[in-house]
Design a protein around this ligand. Structure first.
Ligand code: NAD
Length: 361
């Protein structure tokens, strides 16, 4: 699709990663960024308010499962590439209610693939050659790693554990099938756990920060030994732009920053930062609020990404170290109460914020 310019459709652009991608692309080399997001509980236009006056940005409140509407947006906006991030993304929710994960992540992806294929077939030869469909996926499709230093490569066999991971794995297979069977030029990426600003407060890092500020228990599954490989969301957005512009059609790229941490270490690190920034007084530490809760069913022990392919082929390197990134993230939540307070105090389906039983790494 070329190293600059382009009219890029981002699905799920009001979510955590999608909004970082929109902010990154609008500030950078994109000619136009078209955000299609139906605004589920996880979508928040507040994460994009700085883009509202930008002439090269637009939001459509549309469901990716509405194939005709997606086709019409692609035609109207003369789209050069699709970056597909829209999904149900919370593992705990997928355990409580998997159906919507099947509907959005699998059926929705098929509808979007159909729309992209129909649209591409209408394009003239040159534009057809440029068109790309980039599917954004997760390392969770690869399943569970032991504590032995092994890592996921692009060739690791799929072995998803949770309904969420299985729905993402299914969508990856469907995207590859649309490439092999119908000739749609696709690229895929599988990334590790993201962190940074504007993350919905049901996920581990923001939930821990905000519960601590409200003196609520800080739930940790099991013994907290489960390990995740953390990637700053802005490093991920830079990687995604490289993949869609320079990735080889048919290839997938693993994206991670070689920053493995146990869940307990992440939570303790947040407590230590808050002890400095917002002392509780009387010599008490936020660590006293840590509460171990029964483990999540089927909880994968460890994820770890080998990112050497994207480093070697596309020249990507993470720019934000984990500890610096965590400092910035804690500071961001402290400084941006306007963003999270309305969400935090809103009642939305399935959320029991502040309770010990729900949170995800
Ligand atoms: P998120 O839950 O924060 O955002 C998802 C967005 O998709 C929301 O804005 C929501 O409104 C939108 N959406 C949901 N269903 C839709 C539909 N049917 N039509 C249109 N829009 C819809 O998710 P996220 O954390 O930003 O994740 C984005 C993508 O990256 C997902 O595909 C996820 O699987 C993948 N991913 C995320 C992580 C992570 O750590 N967050 C890690 C690996 C992969």
């Amino acid at each position: 699709m070329g190293t600059a310019g382009g009219r890029i459709l981002v699905t799920g652009g009001a979510g955590f990663i999608g909004s970082a991608v929109c902010r990154h692309l609008v500030a950078g080399a994109a000619e136009r960024v078209v955000n299609v997001d139906k605004l589920t509980y996880a979508g928040n236009l507040g994460s994009l308010q700085m883009l509202e006056t930008q002439p090269n940005y637009v939001h459509y409140r549309t469901d990716i499962g509405d194939e005709q509407a997606m086709l019409e947006i692609m035609r109207h906006e003369k789209i050069d590439a699709v970056m597909h991030l829209a999904a149900e993304s919370h593992v705990d929710r997928s355990i409580d209610g998997p159906d919507v994960f099947v509907e959005t992540n699998i059926v929705g992806t098929v509808r979007l693939l159909n729309a992209a294929l129909a649209y591409r077939r209408e394009l003239r030869t040159e534009a057809r050659g440029r068109f790309r469909f980039h599917h954004v996926s997760t390392d969770e499709v690869f399943g569970d790693l032991p504590f032995d230093g092994s890592v996921f490569s692009e060739d690791t066999a799929y072995a998803p554990s949770s309904p969420y991971a299985a729905s993402k794995a299914a969508s990856d297979h469907l995207v590859r099938a649309w490439a092999h069977t119908y000739g749609l030029p696709v690229v895929l990426s599988n990334c590790s756990n993201n962190f940074g600003p504007y993350q919905f407060p049901e996920k581990l890092i923001p939930l821990t920060i905000l519960n601590a500020l409200e003196e609520k228990p800080l739930p940790v599954y099991g013994t907290g030994a489960n390990v995740r490989d953390w990637l700053h969301v802005e490093d991920h957005a830079r990687a995604l732009e490289l993949v869609i512009r320079q990735g080889r059609p048919g290839e997938s790229y693993n994206i991670g920053a070689r920053a493995e941490r146990s869940n307990l270490a992440v939570v303790e690190g947040i407590c230590d930062r808050l002890d400095v920034r917002r002392p509780r007084g009387q010599g008490r530490s936020y660590r006293d609020l840590i509460t171990f809760v029964p483990d999540r069913p089927g909880h994968d022990r460890r994820y770890a990404i080998d990112p050497s392919k994207i480093e070697r082929e596309l020249g990507w390197r993470p720019q934000v170290g984990f500890e610096d990134g965590m400092n910035m993230t804690v500071d961001w939540y402290l400084a941006n109460r306007w963003w999270w307070e309305p969400i935090r105090h809103l009642r939305y389906p399935g959320m029991r914020l502040g309770e010990c039983s729900r949170r995800s790494a």
